[in-house]
Design a protein around this ligand. Sequence first.
Ligand SMILES: [Cu+2]
Length: 402
Amino acid sequence: MTGRSRTRTAALAALAAGVVLTLSSCAMSLDGDTPQTTLDPQGPKAQTIHNLALPVFIVAGIVFVAVMAGALYVVIRFRAKDDDDFDAFPEQLHGNFKLEIGWTILPAVVLAVIAFFTVSTIFDLARKPDADALTVEVVGQQWWWEYRYDVDGDGEADIITANDLVIPADREISLRIKSNDVIHSWWAPALNGKKDAVPGRIHPLTINAAEPGEYIGQCTEFCGLSHAEMRIKVVALDAADFDAWEQKQLVPFEAPTDEAAKNGFTQFASQCTTCHRITGMTDPTDESGQKLYEYDPVVNQVSGNAPNLTKFMTRTLFAGGKFHLRLETDECKALGEDWAETPEGIEQCLNREDLEAWLRNPPAEKAMYAGDAPSTASRGMPNFNLTEDQIDDLVAFLITLQ
Ligand SMILES: [Cu+2]
């Protein structure tokens, strides 16, 4: 090999390596294992974006190929030949009126056309949601998402949940996106573009899932320690299933009767209510009706940033979506949404291992700034050094939250 062809081989190898690296970093959406692809819209809003992005990409691709082909043509056609006089000055050309006008006007026309469609898409996406849209308040928290539903329209949230955003399919959902601490960004790529959650502001975003299913996303604005573990799961149900879900969420709290769960309840009331709330929670009592702990949500709660646990067992994920609450085995999936209602279902489905690990030492399971004492400044759940018995009792109690 001559020196020249060796450099050429090296350059080609570097180029090939670069191409392979770039392609392998793009997950191909062909294998169906890319739930966060933007290239597979699953609802009208995302479709609207896709209808703009795809033609623009094609136009940009044609421009790219044309410009590169032109450049390559010039480089090859006018390259120095072996019999050229290398000392001579190249022939000087100046100005080509037709070409210069052409390559000024053509891009302007292309950009004007793209601008027209872009602006009309923006207006289309900013349109007010349908009159029958379901409104859900979305609150970004370090590091999980809270969802609040005002079912009776009195201005107070009747359902407060976390991690899973449950919605009816084929209906517009009007999200009102807020933040409790820093700037986050809510994005479920299959349903719409992303929208920042900014403290002190309410940002509207309309989503609509055409079909029942699960749509995955995540926080896309760096928000601190566990930003990468602040996930999103939109669960779209058909109208009847959504109504059933909603009714289930509204069933009032019932104190547990099982011995272990009762112990867990007392412990929960005394130790966990500084941060967590359970809507309609009563005071734990013994057999004779004697109060074991007097629970006052207002006095107790010193931290406004922990997930509401009212119907905890109806979720599929916990801790910002980092862990499955329910095992994803086939026999568990076959049990459907009511898996938590029977002891056998719980036995088969509950992800006991991760839930117990969470109670054993939360900061070891997910990076958090939990501090020593709960306060409005701390973020996350501290380690309470619970004993295994206490953990068993607490899990027995959490199982009743369904
Ligand atoms: Cu975030």
